[in-house]
Design a protein around this ligand. Sequence first.
Ligand code: SF4
Ligand code: SF4
Length: 163
Amino acid sequence: MDEIIRALPEKAKDKHKENKKFFSVLRKKPPKDLDSRMQEIHEEEFSRTNCLTCANCCKTTGPLFTHKDIERIAKHFRMKPGKFIEEFLRVDEDNDNVLQEVPCTFLGADNYCSIYEVRPKACREYPHTDRRDFHKIANLTLKNTAICPAVYNIVEEMKVKLK
Ligand code: SF4
Ligand code: SF4
């Protein structure tokens, strides 16, 4: 997996133009059954990909923390939300609460998330390839092809199955 992750930014760069064009067509005329077909492609990919051998999302791009996330995780640590923010988070240029540093503080050396049960909503939903109206997050997905090997493969599969 390490080699795949290392090669990913370059591979994503090579495909960027082609992928951008594909999503621009998809956005204009999405198939009526896009949600169910994406679900299928997503499940197929994640039946092959084991995130525990990767964790590249946790290592390179932290999630944003909503107020509900902060309250839930702070409670888990028996901390006041303010103290949790002070210790682990910072406000980014979009005014979102994000991690002070990556790799994520809560990621273990074995790639397990130490707060898995209470992890942020953004972590639960990443890489968003099974969400409804997937074509509406084209820019984020293009960015994720360079970070997540599963997203790279899913976009390749989409180009074959949804053309
Ligand atoms: S979601 Fe993608 S980047 Fe994150 S661990 Fe799984 S395969 Fe790797
Ligand atoms: S909270 Fe857990 S799932 Fe989310 S980035 Fe950190 S280690 Fe990964």
